[in-house]
Design a protein around this ligand. Structure first.
Ligand SMILES: Cc1cc2nc3c(=O)[nH]c(=O)nc-3n(C[C@H](O)[C@H](O)[C@H](O)COP(=O)(O)O)c2cc1C
Length: 214
């Protein structure tokens, strides 16, 4: 549990409790260095070695480049998953929705060293199309990754990876073949709390589009 607490301090914004707080201009709270950010996806990252599949919850993830498509995850060396990813060079980032919020949290509380989290969560696995790591069927979206670079940054190792394939639940692909996750209830993680996305307040470019078009 100690590891999980460490992560909470980072991802929940330990600074918000007053640590490192300094003087700011009127109406602004200011903190010195600290790992605080806006909403991030609490991703379920699968990895596999010698036929054994593990899953770790990771909040430190995102896109680094569109062409070629490059993503990253940052993982602490003490995680069971760290060694597996380091040795195999492959992982899948599975993006969960609100239906599996509890399992998403659980995979960040327990270690694969002691528990088979796939079994405990009741997840169903499907084969990766380009990597030998399976995807989680319960997740609406899964991104298959191959590591291209790793860097020890301090508390975490950055695994930079090429996205070699993407899989989605057919229910979220419309008749034109477009991925529509609007109603999937995708999870966002914000300072220690999970939220389901759903309230649309615009779309890409709507600020310059014809009036009224959202
Ligand atoms: C919401 C959430 C986000 C997390 N983000 C990260 C992260 O970005 N990097 C990391 O190393 N651990 C992160 N953790 C902690 C790991 O998921 C946790 O230590 C897990 O038990 C490690 O599993 P493993 O030992 O099977 O690899 C997070 C936990 C939660 C609940």
């Amino acid at each position: 549990m100690k590891d999980a607490r460490n992560e909470k301090e980072e991802t929940a914004g330990g600074n918000a409790a007053g640590v490192n707080r300094t003087e700011g201009s009127a109406g602004r709270a200011v903190w010195k260095a600290g790992a605080i950010t806006g909403p991030v996806p609490p991703a379920l990252v699968t990895c596999a070695e010698n036929g054994r599949v593990n899953v770790i919850t990771v909040a430190w993830t995102g896109i680094l480049c569109s062409k070629p498509p490059i993503t990253y995850i940052s993982v602490r060396p003490e995680r069971f998953s760290h060694g597996i990813i380091d040795r195999t060079g492959e992982f899948v980032i599975n993006f969960p929705n609100d239906a599996i919020a509890r399992q998403t949290d659980l995979c960040g509380m327990l270690s694969g060293r002691k528990v088979d989290k796939i079994e405990k969560c009741g997840f169903h696995l499907l084969p990766g199309s380009e990597v030998s790591v399976p995807v989680i069927a319960e997740c609406p979206l899964s991104v298959e990754c191959r590591v291209i670079e790793r860097k020890d940054l301090g508390s975490h190792t950055l695994f930079m990876a090429e996205i070699v394939a993407t899989q989605a639940d057919e229910r979220y692909v419309d008749e034109k073949g477009k991925l529509v996750l609007r109603k999937a209830g995708m999870l966002a993680y914000l300072h220690g709390e999970y939220f389901a996305t759903g309230r649309k307040c615009g779309r890409f470019g709507f600020s310059v589009a014809k009036k009224g078009k959202k």
